[in-house]
Design a protein around this ligand. Structure first.
Ligand SMILES: [Zn+2]
Length: 305
């Protein structure tokens, strides 16, 4: 439905999706429970990402046989390029503070009361269908209100889709000549894995080295909340938070580490109840300076030697 309404956005989304697919398939090669810390693999991904960005248009056309075209048929500036101009260079935050890539972000945020009611009704019907499919009786007393309750809960679990990083930060950026690591550790994170829509929960540690400005310390957990209240994979969640801080604060460097336990592993056959997955994303000077990186990891209790 949103696709047909926004053909341009659809075009863009295809590029982004394929980019994400590339990234996640690269990450899937790492065994579960392993550590994917910064460094080489990240550079490789970035190279891939910029390559995908710059060639995504012609590359899509290659698969289709190109009709002979008169140059006069070509628009001077393609509509897609016009859309791209309004986008910020950040991989996670759009020019207006809404995060991407997510077509639904703007739609959910801007919907009317009627549209919201419509969405809830549609979701309630879908949950009722799920109950029937698992062999339950959705009309029995205990379940009668469950579809609507679950639909509302799910909208709550995913409210990060309608939040805006700029609103969250709300100008809480202050001038301060502090040039050392600032760390907020043990931020509790609850998210839903996008492969099973089952929770993964854990702790995130965020650190940064200011460049003349610091951010209100309570904003860091709120940024983590915003990105975790979406369908995620842990690797992307870690990156989203790091890039958002980099973009909004422009510090010298950012480091984000997350340790979590995935219920889709714990509850299904892969019953590794004690396995935890650790992901990290380091940017700027923290990526470049090994000493700073080690200081961050030892301060958050992950000394990587
Ligand atoms: Zn999963």
């Amino acid at each position: 439905m949103p696709h047909s309404a926004h053909p341009l956005k659809k075009d863009f989304a295809i590029g982004t999706e394929s980019l994400l697919r590339e990234e996640s398939s690269a990450e899937e090669t790492a065994p579960n429970g392993s550590t994917d810390i910064g460094g080489e693999s990240k550079k490789r991904k970035r190279k891939k990402a910029s390559k995908a960005n710059s060639v995504s248009k012609p590359r899509r056309k290659l698969s289709v046989s190109k009709p002979a075209r008169d140059p006069r048929d070509e628009a001077a500036v393609s509509p897609l390029e016009r859309v791209m101009e309004t986008r910020s260079p950040s991989p996670v935050i759009d020019f207006d503070g809404l995060s991407r890539p997510s077509l639904g972000t703007r739609e959910r945020r801007e919907e009317s009361t009627e549209q919201a009611a419509c969405r809830l009704e549609k979701m309630t019907g879908a949950v009722r269908t799920i109950l029937e499919c698992i062999g339950e009786d959705p009309d029995r007393e205990g379940l009668i209100k469950t579809p609507e309750r679950y639909a509302k809960a799910l909208l709550g679990f995913t409210q990060g889709y309608q939040q805006n990083v700029k609103d969250i930060v709300n100008d809480a950026i202050f001038h301060e000549d502090h040039n050392e690591l600032v760390i907020v550790k043990d931020i509790e994170v609850f998210s839903l894995c996008e492969h099973h829509m089952v929770p993964f929960t854990g702790k995130m540690h965020i650190g940064y080295i200011p460049d003349r400005n610091v951010i209100g310390i309570s904003k860091l957990p709120r940024i983590a909340d915003m990105f975790s209240q979406r369908l995620q994979i842990q690797e992307r969640l870690t990156k989203d938070v790091a890039h958002a801080i980099m973009e909004i604060l422009k510090p010298q460097g950012v480091a984000v580490v997350m340790e979590s336990s995935h219920l889709c592993m714990v509850m299904r056959g892969v019953s590794k109840t004690t396995a935890s997955t650790i992901t990290s994303c380091v940017l700027g000077c923290i990526e470049k300076r090994e000493k700073t990186r080690n200081e961050f990891f030892s301060l958050v209790g992950l000394n990587r030697q």
